[in-house]
Write a protein that binds this ligand. Structure first.
Ligand SMILES: NC(=O)c1ccc[n+]([C@@H]2O[C@H](COP(=O)([O-])OP(=O)(O)OC[C@H]3O[C@@H](n4cnc5c(N)ncnc54)[C@H](O)[C@@H]3O)[C@@H](O)[C@H]2O)c1
Length: 270
């Protein structure tokens, strides 16, 4: 087994990619701490695993993150792996506005009329911007910082963060999500350089579409275009992304640091 005896924290472990990762890591011999803002979801996933614990935590709250990590160390003694999957996208109402504005633009394009503005970024309010950055970027930093304190003591550890192909493509009308995930890629590279000399490896995964509750909340057209843009002709399963997380968390990737694994079914192929 690839993670025999190791202790892994999986944030966002109550759903989607995180839940699939928690299950796979447990099957590979890890003791898993499932962290999620949805405490019930975390509890349900952890309860089905042989040696696991659940902690309810909002990753955008630094003291809460520190307390959750201390809780894991008290229970399992150490932290060998962090896979940070907790994240959120832009919310249903914003997605609906984005969808309606895109439809209006494509109707105008078809009719040969001047394109109307999407009218999105100009009206994005401060709180919406800050919430996405707070959860996706601050949350990644807070979780990495909390586990690094222990990994530095141990002089070993592996961190896998979760970016998105949106960070590299850019997505019209989603500047907050895109900026947060681009930040995750930069943060990952910075941590990789700083901590490699101490035996700690840090990498990120940038998925395209993945069939999770987050993805299923998108409009049908958005889901169809994710499929159409991937030469593989489908989006990923959460288990396929978990397999990549396992590779990055295990000794199989011992010479890989600061890497962004573009798990997007070939979307970036020229
Ligand atoms: N599904 C996709 O198509 C896709 C594509 C690219 C990147 N991603 C990224 O993958 C990661 C996992 O997404 P998923 O598709 O599994 O989504 P999901 O919604 O199924 O799971 C996300 C989990 O994060 C938790 N969470 C949200 N905010 C939190 C907070 N403040 N503190 C703690 N937990 C919180 C949720 O409760 C949920 O359990 C996210 O970072 C997402 O941005 C997903």
């Amino acid at each position: 087994m690839k993670l025999d005896g190791r202790v892994a924290i999986v944030t966002g472990g109550g759903s989607g990619i995180g839940a699939a990762t928690a299950r796979l890591f447990a099957a590979e011999g890890a003791r898993v701490a499932v962290l999620d803002a949805d405490g019930e979801g975390a509890q349900t996933v952890a309860a089905a695993l042989p040696d696991a614990m659940a902690v309810a935590v909002d990753v955008s709250d630094a003291p809460m993150v520190d307390a959750a990590v201390a809780n894991v160390v008290a229970e399992f003694d150490r932290i060998d792996v962090l896979v940070h999957c907790a994240g959120l996208d832009v919310g249903e109402a914003w997605k609906q506005r984005l969808y309606d504005a895109s439809v209006a633009q494509s109707k105008a394009r078809t009719a040969g009329e001047p394109l109307p503005a999407l009218g999105l970024t100009e009206s994005l309010d401060d709180d919406s911007w800050r919430r996405v950055i707070a959860v996706n970027l601050d949350g990644t930093f807070f979780c990495c910082r909390a586990v690094l304190r222990h990994m530095v003591e141990q002089r070993s550890g592996v961190i896998v963060t979760m970016a998105s192909n949106a960070a590299q493509l850019g997505v019209a009308g989603m500047p907050h999500y895109v900026a947060s995930k681009a930040g995750v890629i930069g943060l990952t590279r910075s941590l990789a350089r700083e901590f490699a000399p101490l035996g700690i490896r840090v990498n990120t995964i940038a998925p395209g579409g993945v069939d999770t509750p987050m993805f299923r909340r998108n409009a049908e057209t958005v889901r169809r275009s994710a499929v159409a843009n991937a030469p593989l002709g489908r989006v990923a399963t959460p288990e396929e992304i978990a397999n990549i997380a396992l590779f990055l968390a295990s000794d199989d990737s011992s010479y890989l640091i600061g890497e962004t694994v573009n798990a997007n079914g070939g979307t970036f192929l020229p």
